[in-house]
Design a protein around this ligand. Structure first.
Ligand code: NAD
Ligand code: LMR
Length: 404
C-alpha cells in the first residue's frame, strides 16, 4: 500500500496520487507537491472516515483516481450568485467588495451603505463595474436613522450571501465589547431586512463584538422561525494572522500553513491550535505563549497603529473574502472547510463556538470537532471558555429583549 497522509482539510488519509488527482486543475502540480510535504504521514491502520458516516470528499478523491480525465472535465461550473456587502463603502466594505467582485462565482454584487458614508455606495459600484470581471455591481443608499427593511427589497431579494461589516470600529483604549449596543442595533436592522427579503441567504457577520452579536442575531433568527445556522461569525482573520506569524517564525511559506483558531473573536477567546498544524507544531514550546498572545492582540496592535482612525480593514477584507469565496464555493457543491463562529454543539455548555466548519450546498453543513489539544491548549481552553461564556450571554440577553 503506498504511503497515505492526513489531509488537514478533512482529516482523512490519502495517497499522493489520490490527492494529486483530486486537486488536478485546481492547483499546480508543484503546489500539490508542496502541500503533500506539509501533511502528516498516516500511522497504523488509520482512522475511520467520520465514524462510519459517508465522507463525500474521500469518496470523490478515491473515485477520481481511475477517472482523472473524465473528472477534470466534469468540474462543477462556476456559480452565478448574488452577494451584498452591507457597509460596503466603509474601510472593510470597499476592499471586501472588490475581492468579491473578482470571484468568478459572483454574478451580482450589491453595495449597501448610508448617505453619510465616506463614498456614496453608487460611486463604489460605478468604480467596481469597470473591473473586467463578470459581476454587475449596484449601489444602494439609505439615510441615517431610516430602517433597512423599508429600503432593501431590491438589494437583498435573491441574495445568496450577505457580508456585514456595517458598524462602528474600535478606537485605542476601547474593547470590542464597548461597541455592542451601537453595533447590535445596526446589525439587527440589517438582519431583519435579510429575514424578510433573503431568508435563505448566509449572513456572514464581521461587525464587532462578534462573540455577542452572532448569538444575538442567530437567536433572533430562531425566534422568527428561521435557521440560526445561516448566521456565521467571521473569525477568519485570526487564522490568517496565526498562519502569517507562524510563517515569520519558521521561515516557511504561509500558503501551506493552516492553524485552526477556535473559541471566539476577542482577547483570550481567540485560541490558536498550533499543535494541529505540521509547521506550527515544530515551534519550540517555550515560544508558544508569546506567539499565542501575538495572535490574540493583533487586532489591538492595528487599532493602536491606526491611532484613532479605525481598525483592521485590508487584512479583514482579505480574510472576509477568503470566507466569502469558500461559502460560495460550498454552494456550488465544492466542500470547503474554514473556521467560523456559529451555533454549535462541539463544546459542552456553549451554544456558540468557533471551530472548523464544513461549508457546502446549504451553507453550514457540519460543525467539526476541535480535535486533540496539548496540555498548554487544554489550559488555554478553560481561559477562553471563562471569557466567552459572558459574551455569549450578552447576545442571548439582547435577543430575549428584542424582535426582528
Ligand atoms: P468603517 O467605519 O470604516 O465602515 C463601516 C461602514 O458601515 C461605514 O461605511 C458606515 O457608513 C456603514 N454603516 C454604519 N451603519 C450602517 C447601517 N445601519 N447600514 C449600512 N451601513 C452602515 O468601519 P470598518 O473598519 O469597516 O469596520 C466595520 C466593523 O467591522 C467594525 O465593527 C469593526 O470592529 C469590525 N471588524 C471586525 C473584524 C473581524 O475580524 N470580525 C475585523 C475588523 C473589523
Ligand atoms: C480585529 O481583530 O482586527 C478586529 O476585531 C477589529 C478590532 O477591533 O480589533
Amino acid at each position: 500500500m503506498p504511503e497515505q497522509r492526513i489531509d488537514t482539510e478533512d482529516g482523512n488519509a490519502y495517497t499522493y496520487d489520490e490527492l494529486a488527482t483530486y486537486y488536478k486543475g485546481t492547483y499546480k502540480k508543484k503546489d500539490v507537491e508542496a502541500y503533500w510535504e506539509t501533511l502528516k504521514v498516516k500511522k497504523g491502520k488509520g482512522k475511520s472516515k467520520g465514524k462510519g458516516e459517508p465522507e463525500p470528499k474521500a469518496k470523490a478523491k478515491a473515485k477520481a483516481k481511475p477517472k482523472a480525465k473524465a473528472a477534470a472535465k466534469e468540474r462543477t461550473p462556476a456559480g452565478a450568485f448574488k452577494v451584498c456587502v452591507c457597509g460596503g463603502s466603509g474601510g472593510i466594505g470597499q476592499p471586501l467588495a472588490m475581492q468579491m467582485a473578482m470571484d468568478p462565482n459572483v454574478k451580482e454584487l450589491c453595495i449597501f451603505d448610508l448617505n453619510v458614508a465616506m463614498v456614496p455606495p453608487a460611486g463604489v459600484a460605478a468604480d467596481l463595474n469597470h473591473l473586467e470581471k463578470k459581476a454587475t455591481v449596484k449601489g444602494y443608499v439609505m439615510k441615517v436613522g431610516e430602517n433597512p427593511i423599508d429600503h432593501l427589497e431590491e438589494c437583498l431579494t435573491g441574495c445568496h450571501l450577505v457580508l456585514v461589516p456595517a458598524g462602528v470600529p474600535r478606537k485605542p483604549g476601547m474593547s470590542r465589547d464597548d461597541l455592542f449596543k451601537t453595533n447590535a442595533d445596526i446589525a439587527k436592522g440589517i438582519v431583519a431586512a435579510c429575514a424578510k427579503f433573503c431568508p435563505d441567504a448566509i449572513l456572514a457577520l464581521i461587525v464587532n463584538p462578534v462573540n455577542s452579536i452572532v448569538p444575538a442575531m442567530a437567536e433572533l433568527y430562531k425566534k422568527k422561525g428561521l435557521d440560526p445556522k445561516k448566521i456565521v461569525g467571521v473569525t477568519t482573520l485570526d487564522c490568517v494572522r496565526a498562519n502569517k506569524f507562524v510563517a515569520e517564525i519558521t521561515g516557511k511559506n504561509p500558503t501551506f500553513i493552516n492553524v485552526p483558531v477556535i473559541g471566539g473573536h476577542a482577547g483570550a477567546t481567540i485560541m490558536p491550535l498550533f499543535s494541529q498544524d505540521k509547521t506550527a507544531a515544530t515551534i519550540l514550546a517555550e515560544k508558544i505563549p508569546d506567539l499565542d498572545k501575538h495572535v490574540q492582540e493583533a487586532g489591538t496592535e492595528v487599532v493602536n497603529a491606526k491611532d484613532g482612525k479605525g481598525s483592521a480593514t485590508l487584512s479583514m477584507a482579505y480574510a472576509g473574502s477568503r470566507l466569502g469565496r469558500s461559502i460560495l464555493a460550498g454552494l456550488t457543491g465544492r466542500r470547503r472547510v474554514e473556521c467560523a463562529y456559529v451555533m454549535s454543539d462541539v463544546m459542552e455548555d456553549f451554544q456558540y463556538f468557533t471551530s472548523k466548519v464544513a461549508f457546502g450546498k446549504d451553507g453550514v453543513m457540519k460543525v467539526l470537532p476541535i480535535g486533540e489539544l496539548n496540555d498548554y491548549e487544554k489550559k488555554r481552553l478553560e481561559e477562553a471558555k471563562a471569557q466567552l461564556k459572558g459574551e455569549i450571554q450578552t447576545g442571548l440577553d439582547y435577543a430575549a429583549k428584542n424582535e426582528l
